[in-house]
Design a protein around this ligand. Structure first.
Ligand code: CMP
Length: 836
């Protein structure tokens, strides 16, 4: 048969075989990878016995095709491995990963080194092979495979943190182990040993290079998906292409680690891309990648496991002994890091404490898998590696991988159970029972309604209802036995629910197109930290986090400075419009949360707790409303523009839903729908552009608001206008500082300021039409008080030299300023009299 057809038959046959395994694994409660490995080995044995025998038919051809299938490690390394790593990294919750980054890095990088050296030295004691070969073996077995472990965790409902720790570790340690592997393989084949220092530097360069390439590639993809937005096929294709491009770019052009680049790019895409890639596409993207990852993992496992019987045929008693040495050394190294180094980290305050039971599971769950097998295969195919070393590595790695899979993998489930990690905490159990009781009540009502609608016989319905009543009774009984939840706990539970719900609502508004991406970026990502604060400090933690964006950021101050100093308006305009949008989004979500608390949480947590939660939400709402009305007062026109934009987005959404409904009812064809969608997209893009806020002032118009100048003739106003400069002061900003030299005076065109006079108990408030900062200019002394903006203030600034020129020409004005200054000096402050 033709070569290529043989290959197609082999691969298709394997895929067909793989498709039966997940249901089998679920049925017999064995980790999928363990089953995969077992089937692979069995298949390998069958091939060894029957391949080459005379015969015909598809099954015979299939076996022959597998026997002849030239599975090169290159295919596994360059085609399947990047996919597998990208998929694993994409599924990781990057924020959670960073919460535990210290222990994860310790396990990923330090543990890889410890394992490499422990295994390397231990094995070298028992063989005549060189140390570098033994270290290479150590690096290959240092990478852990989370697939089986995570599968078990998911089945048993193990804690989220444990999952993140294991997932994060195995993700980054693959990268570290492969980088180390490449380095050691290079040393072994080139025979050029540049010393430990050089090797360490090379490792760092590979790793850092990979991170940089991956970061750039991930960022570029996030940028590129913008133009192809709402085109799932294109967006997903872009991520697939990116994976290989990042890999090749790093590996062949930069000379850095390709796998590190792939992992980094996936982490960037999973954290930043989530808001760049359209939400519907994100779901599809995860789906496609899960599928690709499943294929890659299955193929790596099967293709390498098939080779096992042939390899093991060479193995003797000595190899069995060495596998035991590898196993003992690898687990001892892991134990040392987990129980020796990790507590030091927590002790030094670098990481949260990891409990002993978590550590025990992490130790026992250090299974090895696809990556180790692929690397071992790569060694066996490298012609520059001495044949003895090839055989040695192949047998020991495969042996060790299978020991971990069949012994640790098979016993991990009972261990987790023994350590009670699959049980809910008392608080969680109490919540579970409350939720269950509520839903039972609900369902009972609904069951009766359904029975009435479909006219089901009363006898049948009664049986059903009694069953629900019994369950309800059982739950009630259990609830009576459990210790009542403390108020503190109930509030914390409520806050945790609210924080999660808040994030969900932002995403919901974002996916509906009401909240823009820029705003989403700002709001998302707060929840992780907020959750931690709530979990550790309860309600105080929540309060400490209230609306941090209400305070003016450094960026805002910088933008305001640019506008004031150099008349550059764009950055301030952008900042202010973002602020406006954020405030509107937060206000909407807070109102929804209030309703949610009243409707749902009150029943779950009790009226008293709901009341307290509502109080906190109302407090936040008050702050937001205040900030919003301040902005509306300041920029009434712009507020209208932004509100129009909100309504516009909602209208587009409704329009889209309408078109889709018409398509579903076959009123319009797919072509017409696509045409309408294209047009909608154009309008949506136009709305996405942030409208610019005009913060430029019309100085002549502002001058008229100052009573001092109001009565002056037109030409005097225009000469004064030429001397004055407009400036916006932000709420809380100190405009004049006590003790400084005076270089200007100010007129308040709108807003209010407070003067903090040192010997007055209360600050003096000045409003529209008032002026300040005149005293220092008149007396040439230093400023005698702080002046602070109470809200947004439009000010007119008169520089010192212009002030002098003005009062020289106009003695009336001079005596007016002097009179006011004198009155102020006399205390209390006098309102400014009109100029004669
Ligand atoms: P100057 O000293 O240049 O800077 C601080 C300003 O605060 C001062 O000018 C006055 O304009 C203003 N100021 C000081 N004392 C009072 C007061 N008692 N009432 C109102 N304004 C005052």
């Amino acid at each position: 048969m033709h070569d290529i057809v043989i290959h197609v038959l082999g691969v298709a046959g394997l895929l067909a075989l793989v498709s039966f395994l997940p249901p089998l694994a679920a049925r017999f409660q064995v980790p999928f990878t363990v089953l995969l490995a077992a089937v692979g080995v069995a298949l390998g044995a069958v091939i060894q016995t029957f391949a080459g025998m005379p015969g015909a038919g598809p099954f015979h051809d299939f076996l022959n095709s597998l026997a002849e299938l030239d599975i090169s490690s290159e295919v596994l390394l360059h085609i399947f491995l990047p996919v597998l790593l990208f998929e694993t990294a994409l599924a990781v919750d990057v924020r959670r990963l960073f919460d535990d980054i210290a222990p994860i890095l310790l396990m990923a990088v330090v543990a890889v080194f410890v394992c490499t050296f422990a295994v390397g030295y231990a094995v070298s004691l028992f063989t005549s092979l060189g140390l570098v070969s033994c270290l290479l073996l150590g690096a290959i077995v240092a990478s852990t495979d989370p697939a089986a472990v995570i599968g078990i965790f998911r089945d048993l409902g193990a804690p989220r943190r444990l999952t993140t720790l294991v997932e994060g570790e195995s993700l980054l340690n693959d990268a570290a182990a492969i980088a180390l592997f490449t380095l050691l393989l290079g040393m072994l084949t080139r025979k050029a040993d540049g010393g430990a220092m050089m090797a360490a530097l090379e490792f760092l360069r590979d790793f850092a290079g990979g991170v940089i390439v991956g970061y750039i590639c991930g960022r570029v993809v996030c940028m590129l998906v913008e133009p192809v937005r709402n085109q799932p096929m294109a967006e997903i294709t872009l991520t697939v292409a990116q994976t290989y491009l990042a890999y090749v770019l790093a590996e062949h052009y930069v000379g850095a680690s390709g796998v590190v680049a792939v992992v980094t790019s996936a982490l960037v895409i999973s954290s930043v891309g989530r808001t760049r890639i359209s939400p519907t596409t994100w779901g599809a993207l995860e789906h496609v990648w899960r599928q690709l990852g499943f294929w890659a993992n299955s193929m790596i496992f099967l293709l390498t496991a098939i080779l096992v019987p042939r390899l093991m045929a060479q193995a003797g008693l000595e190899e069995v002994g060495l596998v035991l040495v590898v196993t003992a050394a690898a687990f001892a190294a892991r134990g040392l890091v987990l129980f020796g180094l990790l507590p030091l980290f927590s002790w030094a305050g670098l990481s949260q404490r990891v409990s002993h039971s978590y550590k025990a599971v992490m130790l026992w769950g250090g299974l090895r898998g696809a990556v180790s097998l692929t690397l071992a295969l790569a060694v066996t195919e490298n012609v520059r590696v001495p044949e003895r070393v090839q055989g040695f590595i192949a047998v020991l790695v495969t042996g060790f991988v299978f020991v971990t899979l069949f012994i640790n993998g098979a016993t991990l489930r009972p261990l987790i159970h023994l350590l009670k990690l699959d049980r809910l905490s008392p608080v969680e159990r109490a919540m579970r029972n409350r939720a269950l009781a509520l839903s039972m009540d609900n369902i009972r009502d609904r069951v009766s309604a359904v029975a009435r609608t479909y006219e089901v016989d009363a006898a049948v319905t009664d049986v059903m209802l009694t069953r629900y009543a019994d369950r309800l009774k059982a739950i009630d009984l259990e609830r009576q036995k459990e210790a009542p939840l403390r108020d503190e706990d109930r509030v914390t539970i409520g806050l945790v629910i609210l924080v999660n719900r808040e994030e969900e609502l932002y995403y919901a508004h974002f996916s509906e197109g009401v909240v823009s991406r820029a705003v989403m970026d700002m709001l998302a990502g707060r929840s992780g930290r907020l959750l931690d604060a709530v979990k550790t400090q309860g309600r105080n933690g929540y309060r400490a986090f209230e609306e941090p964006f209400i305070a003016f950021s450094v960026w805002m101050r910088g933008a305001s400075w640019l506008q004031r100093r150099f008349g550059i308006h764009a950055p301030l305009a952008r900042r202010l419009s973002m602020r406006f949008e954020v405030l509107v989004a937060v206000r909407t979500v807070l109102r929804e949360l209030l309703a949610f608390t009243r409707d749902k949480l009150a029943r779950l947590l009790g009226d008293d707790v709901a009341f307290e939660l509502e109080g906190m939400l109302v407090g936040r709402l008050g702050i937001v409303e205040q900030a919003l009305s301040a902005m509306k007062l300041q920029y009434p026109d712009y507020a209208m523009v932004l509100q129009g934009r909100y309504v516009g987005r909602a209208a587009l959404r409704l329009e889209h839903a309408d078109y889709r409904a018409m398509r579903a009812e076959s009123i319009i064809s797919q072509e017409v729908l696509s045409d309408l969608e294209r047009e909608l997209d154009v309008r949506r893009r136009a709305l996405e552009r942030l409208p610019q806020l005009d913060v430029r002032f019309d100085v002549a118009e502002l001058i008229r608001r100052v009573p001092l100048f109001a009565g002056l003739p037109e030409e005097r106003v225009s000469t004064i206008a030429a001397l004055l400069r407009a400036r916006l002061a932000l709420p809380g900003e100190t405009i004049v500082r006590r003790g400084e030299r005076g270089d200007a005076m100010f007129f308040v065109a709108s807003g209010a300021v407070e003067v903090l006079v040192p010997n007055l108990a209360e600050p003096v408030k000045l409003g529209t039409g008032d002026f300040f900062g005149e005293m220092a200019l008149l007396t040439r002394q230093r400023r005698n008080a702080d002046v602070r903006a109470m809200g947004y203030c439009q000010l007119l600034v008169l520089d010192a030299k212009d002030f002098r020129r003005l009062v020289q020409k106009d003695p009336n004005l001079r005596s007016h300023f002097q009179a006011v200054a004198e009155a102020r000096r006399q205390q209390p402050a006098q309102p400014a009299p009109a100029v004669s």
